[in-house]
Design a protein around this ligand. Sequence first.
Ligand SMILES: CC(C)(COP(=O)(O)OP(=O)(O)OC[C@H]1O[C@@H](n2cnc3c(N)ncnc32)[C@H](O)[C@@H]1OP(=O)(O)O)[C@@H](O)C(=O)NCCC(=O)NCCS
Length: 184
Amino acid sequence: MFSIDLAEDARMFPLEARHAQEFFEHIERGREFIGQYVGFPDRATDLDSARALLAKYAATAGEDGARFFGIRLDGTLVGGVLFPTFEAHYGNCEIGCWLEPDAAGRGLVTKACQVLIDYAFGERGMHRVEWHAASGNKKSLAVAARLGMTREGVMRENYLHRGVRQDTEVWSILSREWAATRSA
Ligand SMILES: CC(C)(COP(=O)(O)OP(=O)(O)OC[C@H]1O[C@@H](n2cnc3c(N)ncnc32)[C@H](O)[C@@H]1OP(=O)(O)O)[C@@H](O)C(=O)NCCC(=O)NCCS
């Protein structure tokens, strides 16, 4: 299995069903913080449902679709990034992210997203990478801005989360824009 250095003490790697135990322990530590805006912690409520979630993403990864990557800090799983959608045929994908609170504020997600975007554009010839975040999720919107993405607009009350309909901002970056950012 490959893993990629994000920092001296941090690595990212494909998150698979066999990582269910550490994934569940990580979600337990971060459940409240991560679950504020993200739906999957509510679907990983015990070890079996955590394993089923990872197995589902491993299966779609096998079909070149959605996939999960973990981030370990000093050997402990503290968060991750994902392609919630990955449509190589159309040249479009979306990136998402999460961290447990103690791992925030170090740039880990920004660096992991840079790896995913390099992969999407550089290796897979994608044209467009999207970012969807609740309008109130300022930390997530700051990551999109830090990555050089452009805010495109708002899907009004499109996301029902924990009984509340939230607005979702859509941001994106195109292949040529990423190349210009990288060369600058
Ligand atoms: C969204 C989320 C992952 C952002 O976490 P984050 O720690 O702010 O993001 P990063 O890991 O990229 O770190 C950026 C922060 O580290 C700081 N930082 C330190 N070193 C850095 C570096 N080398 N590079 C970039 N940023 C660095 C930045 O200044 C920034 O801090 P600030 O917001 O106080 O200015 C986190 O808030 C989270 O998990 N929220 C709950 C789940 C969620 O909402 N997921 C997104 C759904 S759309």
